[in-house]
Design a protein. Structure first.
Lengths: 287, 276
């Protein structure tokens, strides 16, 4: 298991009148090379949880293990850990600060000691992994870029560290449909081709249903559901009760099934859903 | 229906640092009817937010004109009246909170207009009722959920008794429940109070119940029509950086596969009714 939480609990401001138990006894494992979705309503503890993965937060009780080692009890180098397990915060474009795209993307690898050609190579790699042409973008000011480009530059800065795991917290909030699609296609490609482990925290159910192998559903600091998107969204009522939603395609297929149609409900693209409808209903009922 | 907003050949240039300009709006004309629910979509950078900021004179036209209830936004003497008619809600709920309790936050705008206290009290109570936050009157706004904060922002504007509400991606940062709450609130304001709504969004599904959808690209208005026109399959939304919502996408494929689905089937219930 690459990342493992064992009975992990976290309290904000323990011992004060403002003490809040944000995570309650979480146990879960994330395998190398998987694409994991974390969903849950605002305040359910998702972001707090993923900030434990690279030691930005320390559990109040319980353990967080990476490759079988407790990142707090063994003398693990947290700096090195953070280059392996990289976290992209919400609205990462607000964190761009350098004069050129090159300098911004180079910031992380330079801090870990890279220089000269090696550094430039990493910057090129990061930018190209996000589909940004190195020659075109390297000398531009980050502040002249569009919102979607800025976000990809921020992401390139993380990829330039050659992480093994990337954690993305609401990476597509505020992006238009095409920007969202392009961004996620790059991530999906990195996952497929580079075997990058991806952990995606999102409010967008349609998005995550198509991408993730496994979903963890948070509510009030606990994991209330887990499994493949098909398994998780099959519990439609519980999903809605905790303030989330099932993708509208799933709703369509589930409604048809409720009306007695023999139909699969675990399909998450319009093409697959339409093919299933044509195959199950088209021939017999209509044509 | 009478017009509440009339935009005539609006062009707007953003000044660039170090000289030069960017044309953000390009000869755009649009009339918005009193009581209409208008959805505004378009890719990032298409000029939606720039247009929205013209509707209550936060920005003024470089060329062309805008009339709100017949008043020119470029005339300084009308500016405050125009801003009372047209209220704005922005994307980030945390940037719109000004007070330490929910009811004080709603009262803020009215206090600035020196409205008598007893009227403020009544209007604040009505506004909180309208957005469903009455039981939170004495709560601290920063402890509300995202959806509650956006409804609070809407209440603050509703209390000013505007004729039109302009919302710039009000649900972009919300979870599904928050989005549902905000959408229901907007529908209620529109249907029961007759308030004109201009709703900018990147979520295509949120536009399915609008009276009219306006599509922008590169500062121009490129399509307009009812949801059935826009999502009927004839308009290439992908080339504009947009997409069809999931159900219209399925309908399009089903039609190509031989099912004769009538126009106007846009949501889950309509499609289920047709298929069963």
């Amino acid at each position: 298991m690459l990342i493992e939480a064992r009975n992990l609990s976290y309290e904000y401001m323990p011992g004060t009148p403002f003490q809040v138990e944000a995570l309650k006894n979480i146990t879960l494992g994330i395998e190398k090379g998987s694409f994991v979705g974390i969903i849950g309503e605002t305040g359910s503890g998702k972001s707090t949880f993923v900030q434990h993965f690279n030691g930005l937060l320390k559990p109040t009780s319980g353990q967080l293990l990476v490759n079988g080692k407790d990142i707090w009890s063994h003398s693990i180098d947290l700096r090195a850990l953070r280059t392996k397990i990289a976290l992209l915060f919400q609205f990462p474009e607000h964190q761009l600060f350098e004069e050129t795209v090159f300098k911004d993307v180079a910031f992380g690898p330079r801090n870990s000691g890279l220089k000269g050609k090696e550094l430039a190579g990493r910057v090129r790699m990061g930018l190209e992994m996000m589909g940004l042409d190195y020659e075109i973008y390297r000398d531009r000011s980050p502040f002249t870029l569009s919102g979607g480009e800025k976000r990809r530059v921020a992401m390139a800065g993380i990829l330039a560290m050659s992480p093994e795991v990337i954690i993305l917290d609401e990476p597509t909030a505020g992006m238009d449909p095409l920007g969202r699609q392009n961004f996620l296609e790059q991530i999906e490609r990195l996952h497929r081709e580079e075997n990058l482990t991806v952990i995606l925290v999102t409010h967008n159910m349609e998005e995550i249903a198509c991408l993730a192998d496994k979903l963890f559903v948070f509510s009030r600091g606990k994991i209330v559901l887990q499994g493949s998107p098909g398994d998780v969204f099959a519990s439609a009522e519980q999903i809605r009760e905790i303030g989330l939603d099932v993708p509208s395609l799933t709703r369509l297929l589930q409604e048809l099934k409720k009306k007695g149609k023999n139909i699969r409900t675990d399909l998450f693209t319009a093409e697959e859903a339409a093919a299933e409808i044509l195959c199950r209903l088209g021939g017999r009922d209509r044509l | 229906m009478s017009k509440i907003i009339e935009i005539n050949s609006l062009t707007y240039h953003y000044p660039l640092e170090g000289g030069g300009v960017i044309k953000a709006l390009d000869n755009l004309s649009l009339k918005i009817a009193e009581g209409e629910y208008l959805a505004l979509i378009g890719p990032n950078g298409s000029g939606k937010s720039t247009l929205a900021r013209h509707l209550n004179a936060l920005l003024l036209p470089s060329e062309g004109e805008i009339l709100v209830e017949g008043l020119l936004t470029s005339r300084e003497e009308y500016r405050w009246e125009i801003r009372r008619h047209v209220g704005m809600v922005f994307q980030n709920p945390d940037n719109q909170i000004v007070a330490t309790t929910v009811e004080e936050d709603v009262a803020f705008g009215l206090e600035n207009l020196a409205v008598p206290p007893e009227i403020i009290r009544r209007r604040v109570a009505e506004a909180l009722e309208m957005v469903g936050l009455t039981s939170f009157s004495h709560h601290a706004p920063h402890l509300l959920s995202g959806g509650q904060k956006q409804r609070l922002a809407i209440a603050g504007i509703f209390a000013m008794q505007p004729r039109c509400l302009v919302l710039d991606e009000p649900t972009a940062m919300l979870d599904p429940r928050g989005r549902r709450e905000v959408l229901e609130t907007l529908k209620r304001l529109n249907r029961t109070e007759g308030i004109t709504v201009v709703h900018i969004t990147h979520f295509m599904e949120e536009t399915l119940e609008a009276d009219r959808i306006v599509v922008m690209d590169k500062g121009r208005l490129v399509h307009e029509g009812q949801p059935t026109d826009i999502f009927g399959g004839d308009i290439d939304l992908e080339s504009l950086g947009l997409e069809m919502p999931a159900i219209p996408r399925v309908v399009k494929i089903l039609r190509a596969g031989g099912l004769e689905i009538p126009a106007g089937v846009l949501d889950v219930n309509q499609l289920v009714n047709f298929l069963c």
